[in-house]
Design a protein around this ligand. Structure first.
Ligand SMILES: Nc1nc2[nH]cnc2c(=O)[nH]1
Length: 433
């Protein structure tokens, strides 16, 4: 056990191995949709879909192992859902880069992220984020992740007149509602592994309802698919331009603030955030994210992020690197058991995502709601994170609102130089995008 403590931070006096493994399995199940969704999105650029499945599983496994061993935190990593869409629809379709150019851009961004983390710029940013905004980020992430769950189940859908509204009562929606109620009831009864069981049970209920689908000749085992069509296929030709520099800057900003925001929210939920708001081994966590992005680009994947879905494993009691190691192992296993993971409908994971939202709302009570100059930027952080469908946008707009209201109320001692520099960068970022 001292070995497990040394390599993965597992302390048998405070943790249980079974709890850590169930937590890892829960996180994996809530984020396993990425194995199907990432190849589908990136394949629209002309990349090979089978190779993309292997790249997604391998990049997620390697990045999550890095996080387990380097940071010993119970969080998992995989290709960011925001940035894979940016890769396919903005870089390749709208801006005309080839996917080989885009992979080269991801690699450059990964190296820049490593350099920034190495130079401790990230620590400066982290310590400059005001206390109340940290809790707002945590609560905002909770609502954001619950929104993803409701959307995945088709319970909340796009509406022309009102943007969003209640969806139709389809079998997928029914599975989503069952998953949410089951997760809530099991958790309220303190059942261990409630989120994990809710995913398994609703996946089974989905079979007779036609929501859990099996392809013709379905077999539980499959050999990993060949990665060579996309492996190390970079093209750097013609990338030396202002346009590419702005793209790398935007990617870096989104990646840093997504990761910082996610780490803060998850650390608060895990109960490891220190009195002064700092997070143990955050540098190692950021570094594993940065190395993960670089390795991921070499494998043929878009930018890697620390996944907000890790909160579901934390809710199951995951506290150490054993949780993340389990997730990494399951991603390796997924290379061979892809048919099993592919049948879990995303509606079955919506219960876990909504319950994580419920748990993360706890942070709201730590926000100072009496002082408008504190509650206003906190509110902007939370609401924009959900409505922009982006953790990074929520963090950036929250900081901007904070700096503006503090300047306009002449509360000079509440702002610092880093916040002012960040605000100028955010304005440039929003203008550029
Ligand atoms: N933090 C975070 N979690 C995610 N889960 C799915 N996509 C993302 C992402 O882009 N960022």
């Amino acid at each position: 056990m001292t070995f497990l403590f040394k390599v993965l931070g597992f302390d048998p006096k405070q943790m249980k191995l079974r709890t850590e493994i169930i937590a890892g399995a829960t996180t994996f199940l809530t984020m396993s949709y990425i194995l199907a969704v990432n190849p589908a999105i990136l394949a629209s650029t002309g990349m090979d879909k089978g190779a993309l499945f292997t790249a997604t599983a391998l990049a997620s496994a390697i990045a999550t192992f890095l996080l387990a061993f380097m940071a010993k935190l119970p969080f998992a990593q995989a290709p960011s859902m925001g940035l894979n869409a940016f890769f396919a629809y903005t870089l390749c379709q709208a801006m005309g880069y080839t996917w080989q150019h885009s992979l080269a851009i991801m690699l450059i961004e990964g190296f820049a992220f490593i350099l920034i983390t190495f130079l401790n710029v990230r620590e400066m940013i982290l310590s400059s984020i005001p206390y109340n905004l940290r809790f707002a980020i945590s609560a905002g992430i909770g609502m954001f992740i619950a929104f993803i769950g409701l959307k995945n189940a088709g319970i909340i859908v796009a509406k022309e007149a009102t943007f969003v509204g209640l969806g139709a009562f389809t079998p997928t929606c029914i599975i989503g509602v069952i998953a949410i109620l089951l997760s809530g009831v099991l958790m309220a009864n303190n059942i261990k592994g409630s989120l994990f069981w809710s995913i398994i049970i609703t996946t089974i209920i989905g079979i007779p309802m036609g929501v859990t689908k099996f392809s013709d000749g379905w077999l539980p085992l499959a050999m990993p698919q060949d990665i060579s069509p996309i492996f190390c296929k970079f093209n750097f030709a013609g990338l030396l331009s202002l346009k590419t520099l702005l793209v790398v800057f935007s990617l870096l900003l989104v990646n840093i603030f997504d990761t910082l925001g996610t780490l803060m929210g998850l650390a608060d939920k895990t109960g490891i955030m220190l009195q002064d708001g700092s997070i143990p081994r955050v540098k190692e966590a950021m570094m594993s994210d940065a190395i993960g992005t670089t390795v991921g680009a070499a494998l043929g994947s878009s930018t890697i992020s620390t996944y907000v879905e890790s909160a579901s494993g934390v809710a199951e009691g995951g506290k150490s690197g054993v949780t993340s190691f389990t997730v990494g192992l399951l991603f390796v296993l997924a290379l061979f058991l892809s048919p099993i993971f592919m049948i879990i409908p995303s509606a079955a994971t919506s219960g876990a995502l909504v319950m994580v939202g419920v748990l993360m709302l706890d942070s709201v009570k730590k926000i100072n709601l009496q002082d408008i100059s504190e509650s206003f930027p906190a509110f902007i952080t939370m609401i924009t994170m959900v409505l922009c469908y982006s953790i990074a946008d929520g963090v950036c707009l929250g900081i901007l609102a904070y700096v503006i209201i503090k300047i306009c109320t002449k509360k000079w001692k509440d702002i610092n130089l880093t916040l002012c520099i960040l605000s100028i960068l955010f304005i440039l970022y929003f203008i550029n995008n």
